[in-house]
Write a protein that binds this ligand. Structure first.
Ligand SMILES: [Zn+2]
Length: 278
């Protein structure tokens, strides 16, 4: 049966990609961090509704705040990996990428005390420019990936990729792919279930589209960042379009989540994977 997965890319307010103002890794420790209280807010919201989720921790966050990973796992959530240094996939070579996702996996496993099965790349930036991507994810020891954006987007995307979960055969073994969910309206692919889309579209439309995708027998993957329930976070300077995608509707996230958590059943990627393997 089709299910909803609520996934969170656990990173800080300054981890917005690919801007002239995006701070370098070396600058991160000197910046105000808000990821711990913002993630707590999401954990409390999920507890109040009995929702269990998959959290893709940035390795850097797990290294700095291991107790946050431990707490999420203790509260019944799945700790997965968002890589270490939050670099776009298509800016890296295979060896650099592999080292980054291995380091993150180790740090998150140490912090959470549980095996990390899943990976999601920064910015859904897997494109045809990195044909080694899925093999490298499998080589690093991950059992599944949730990085595919099956259409065009600012940071790449893979138009034409499968829109439903599939098992990919790689030289380093099988890898299950959970792509981001899209819905079709009037012959066009549209996204409703995460980030700026979830903040921009009205709740009534999002609910309608969730019901429609579920009725088609497809899972709905929601994705969010802790900063999206922290409207008071500092802003990075950026152009109008990116500002709209990054900061519009921040006050609407929490009420929307409450409504969605009340209406739909949520599961974790690791639970879906277990059912596939059975
Ligand atoms: Zn990210």
């Amino acid at each position: 049966m089709a299910a909803c997965v609520f996934s969170i890319d656990v990173e800080d307010w300054f981890h917005i990609l690919d801007l002239p103002a995006t701070p370098e890794l070396a600058e991160w420790p000197g910046l105000e961090s808000r990821v711990v209280p913002a993630t707590h807010r999401l954990l409390d919201l999920m507890d109040a509704h009995g929702v269990k989720s998959t959290l893709f921790f940035l390795g850097w966050v797990a290294e700095r705040f291991p107790e946050l990973v431990r707490e999420a796992v203790a509260r019944g959530h799945e700790a997965a990996s968002h890589g270490y240094a939050h670099e776009l996939v298509y800016t890296q070579d295979r060896a650099t990428f592999l080292a980054d996702i291995r380091k993150a996996k180790d740090l998150i496993e140490q912090a959470g005390g549980s095996r990390v099965l899943g990976y999601r790349c920064p910015g859904f930036s897997v494109t045809t420019q990195s044909p080694w991507f899925f093999d490298a994810v499998a080589e690093a020891g991950y059992a599944y990936d949730s990085s595919v954006w099956p259409g065009l987007r600012g940071h790449g995307g893979l138009p034409g990729a499968a829109r439903v979960p599939t098992t990919l055969a790689t030289p380093h073994g099988a890898l299950r792919e959970f792509p981001i969910s899209l819905a079709r309206i009037a012959g066009r692919d549209l996204y409703f279930f995460g980030g700026g889309y979830l903040r921009f579209f009205p709740l009534s439309l999002i609910r309608h589209m969730v019901r429609r995708v579920l009725a088609e027998g497809r899972d709905v993957t929601f994705y969010l960042h802790p900063r999206e329930v922290d409207p008071g976070h500092p802003r990075l300077p950026m152009g109008a379009r990116r500002r709209f995608m990054s900061y519009t509707g921040l006050h609407t996230t929490e009420p929307k989540l409450k409504a969605l958590f009340s209406e739909f059943q949520f599961t974790r990627f690791c639970d879906i994977l277990r059912n596939v393997e059975r």
